[in-house]
Design a protein around this ligand. Structure first.
Ligand SMILES: Cc1cc2nc3c(=O)[nH]c(=O)nc-3n(C[C@H](O)[C@H](O)[C@H](O)COP(=O)(O)O)c2cc1C
Ligand code: SF4
Ligand code: SF4
Length: 255
């Protein structure tokens, strides 16, 4: 038995959640990074493997690129735990979409988790989460899942979300100011090549998936989003996002 940590984590919050959860298993671990992706990986899962599969909520949905890459894997009846990571607003259909996708490629979903991480656009929401309180809670979820696996508890797994899924939201394309040194790191790490080698300051809005990786990796903090748009959205989100939300566990056979 192996624990696979499979994640799409543009700015690191999703990875942190998976690392905390994965740390609760003593078994051998392997990482599949769906964001820094170099083609179709050669993986063949076994029925007793457990795959923690995590993606962030983008407008209450799984990022389309994460779904596209995930669909290259084959589950072979391995156990999977879909994990939706969100920035303290709502994850809406993210967890359900992740679970549906995993089942469609042959995984057996035994549990689902919705977890909070710092909002990767509006950093004032869920700042520094997952924190120690989250880590305790997530480790507790992992223990409950391990007990359910040992006791071979089976039954339907119901997670929050609706069919048909909501429409994916609008998006923001970051750009750089004149402090940009032209180092090219943003272009090298953009998953859809939206930043041209010829002009690092702008990005192609039609290609950009608003993942915020380019902002996170810029060593001179030269990249930002449109401030007017950000402050307008923050004002609207403030009442919903300022109250601390709890992580959630959904277990197979749980009512
Ligand atoms: C384009 C985009 C859309 C987002 N949509 C939501 C959302 O609908 N609800 C929410 O609570 N957080 C939302 N977030 C916040 C992320 O889900 C959250 O910060 C997550 O931890 C990001 O994962 P990462 O740190 O692995 O990049 C969004 C972030 C981005 C970049
Ligand atoms: S990472 Fe920052 S400094 Fe480097 S090219 Fe991109 S915007 Fe400019
Ligand atoms: S340009 Fe868009 S897709 Fe590329 S790293 Fe930046 S936010 Fe992500």
């Amino acid at each position: 038995m192996k624990i696979y940590k499979i994640y799409f984590s543009p700015t690191g919050g999703t990875k942190r959640v998976v690392d905390i959860l994965g740390g609760a298993w003593q078994d051998e671990k392997e990482v599949i990074d769906l964001f820094s992706w170099n083609g179709i990986p050669e993986y063949s899962f076994d029925g007793d493997d457990i795959c923690l599969v995590a993606a962030p909520a983008f407008g209450g949905r799984v990022p389309a690129l994460a779904i596209e890459r995930l669909k290259k894997l084959r589950g072979n009846s391995a156990m999977a735990i879909p994990v939706a990571v969100y920035g303290n607003r709502d994850y809406e259909d993210t967890l359900l979409e992740l679970k549906d996708t995993l089942e469609s490629i042959g995984f057996h979903c035994i549990a689902g988790i919705a977890a909070i991480a710092e909002h990767s656009i509006f950093h004032q929401f869920a700042a520094n989460r997952p924190d120690e309180e989250d880590a305790e809670e997530l480790r507790g979820f992992a223990m409950k899942i391990q007990e359910a696996v040992r006791a071979a508890i089976h039954g339907p797994l119901t997670v929050k979300g609706n069919h048909p899924y909501k429409e994916a939201g609008s998006h923001l394309t970051p750009f750089a100011d004149d402090t940009c040194t032209g180092c090219g790191l943003c272009a090298a790490q953009c998953p859809v090549k939206a930043i041209s080698e010829g002009d690092f300051r702008t990005a192609d809005a039609d290609k950009c998936i608003s993942c915020m990786r380019c902002i996170a990796v810029c060593p001179t903090h030269s990249r930002t989003n449109d401030e007017a748009v950000v402050s307008r959205v923050v004002e609207g989100l403030e009442p919903i996002c300022s109250v601390r939300k709890a992580n959630e566990l959904f277990l197979e056979g749980m009512r």
